[in-house]
Each structure stands twice: as C-alpha cells, then as structure tokens.
Design a protein around this ligand. Sequence first.
Ligand SMILES: CC(C)(COP(=O)(O)OP(=O)(O)OC[C@H]1O[C@@H](n2cnc3c(N)ncnc32)[C@H](O)[C@@H]1OP(=O)(O)O)[C@@H](O)C(=O)NCCC(=O)NCCS
Length: 207
Amino acid sequence: MTAPRPRPEARRERASDERDGVLSLTGVDLTTEVVRTARLVLRPHRPDDADAVFRACQDADTQRWLLALPVPYTREVAEEFVTAVSPRGRAEGRELSCAIEADGELVGSCGLHHLEDGRRLGPEVGYWIAPWARRRGYATEAARALADWALDRGAHRVHLLADVRNGTSQAVAERAGFVREGVVRSCLSYRDGSRADAVLFGRLPGD
Ligand SMILES: CC(C)(COP(=O)(O)OP(=O)(O)OC[C@H]1O[C@@H](n2cnc3c(N)ncnc32)[C@H](O)[C@@H]1OP(=O)(O)O)[C@@H](O)C(=O)NCCC(=O)NCCS
C-alpha cells in the first residue's frame, strides 16, 4: 500500500522550509487562483469546459506534441481532465493548471508544473491553444503571464521544453521572453515508443 499523500498545507510548508529558489505559495490558494492578462483569464477548469476541451483536443498537432494527452481523446477523458485531473494538481499544490479564457470562451489550456519539485530548472510552463483560436498571440500571452506569476513569487527560474521539430512552440517561448538555453537530447518520449530531443528554454527574473 502506498503512503497517503501529505495534505496540501503540509506540502506547502515543506516546500518553503526547504526553499532553494522554489517559489513561495504563502497566501496563495491554488484551488481558486486566477491569473489575468490584457485579453485572457487563466482560471481553474470547470465542468462546463469539457465540450470545448474535447473538441480542441481532437486537433492533430495537439495530439502530436502533447506527450501526456490520451489518444483517442474521448469526451470522458475531457470530463475527467476538467473535473478531476486539473483540479487535483492544484489541490495537491503541484501545479497551476488553467483554462485559458478569452471573451468568455475557452480558447486553450496552460499550466505551471513542478511547483514543488522544480528545484533545479524551476517550474515548467506548458500550453495548447484550440485550433480555432490560434495565431492571435494567446499562447505567448499566457506563457508570459505564468512565468511572471512564478518569478513574482520567488522562483529563481522558469523553464519550458519544446520538441526540436515544434517551431511554433519555440517561437511562442521566445516571444514570451524565454531564452533558448540548449538542446536536451532524447528527453521526450512519445506514445509510439520513439524519443526526441527538446529545446530547453529558461526565463530568469532579469529576462
Ligand atoms: C503552439 C501553440 C500553442 C501556439 O499557439 P498560438 O496562440 O497560435 O501562438 P501565438 O499566436 O502566441 O504565436 C504563434 C507565433 O509563432 C510563429 N510561428 C508559427 N509557426 C512557426 C514556425 N514553424 N517557426 C517559427 N515561428 C512560427 C508565428 O509567427 C506566430 O506568430 P504570428 O501569429 O505573429 O504570426 C498552438 O499552435 C498549439 O496549441 N499547438 C499544439 C500544441 C503544442 O504544440 N503545444 C506546445 C507543446 S511544447
């Protein structure tokens, strides 16, 4: 039997005790935290997001580049994601998983992962934008806002990994203020068993 997960409060205390550039979640209720930008609201997922998430995640590029996305991406998977997976990451203090909303509609999802264990590379930013909402700069705006959120709370750095073949995501990273730091070989593993190299991007407080 596995040991029960510590309560989120306990995990937060431990993270702050062992602080080594890990951001501080003091005073932050991750379960309700909302990040706002000029055009976007990055908010917790809600049950009524399931339909838009389901439709968006049928997209071939999203399925290609998001390693953890279940394929086939069924309506049940979308429901599980918005009602359980995404809220659990927040409740356990591990990640700030967000729906990206523009003009009241869900246009994508993004997240800040490894909030507790990102001691070396810092938290990791990830994102996808629904095919019908691309090329409006939404991914760039969301990635920049999540990085700012982490750096404002004391993270010593934030990182992002994009497959060396995913030029669009690399362009987003650079436009969001991240600096290309190098290539991490064979760090991505795909559903078909193949592995790929990723460009590592980082943003520091001064970037
Ligand atoms: C990557 C993704 C999130 C971009 O979303 P988006 O909201 O359209 O991105 P933005 O509008 O902020 O920026 C896209 C910019 O990248 C640039 N770009 C597009 N393809 C490019 C390429 N192959 N090489 C270089 N730049 C490229 C474009 O110039 C575009 O800028 P423009 O609109 O001013 O022309 C979206 O395409 C997506 O969800 N893809 C599938 C999932 C994915 O790859 N997620 C990232 C995994 S690391």
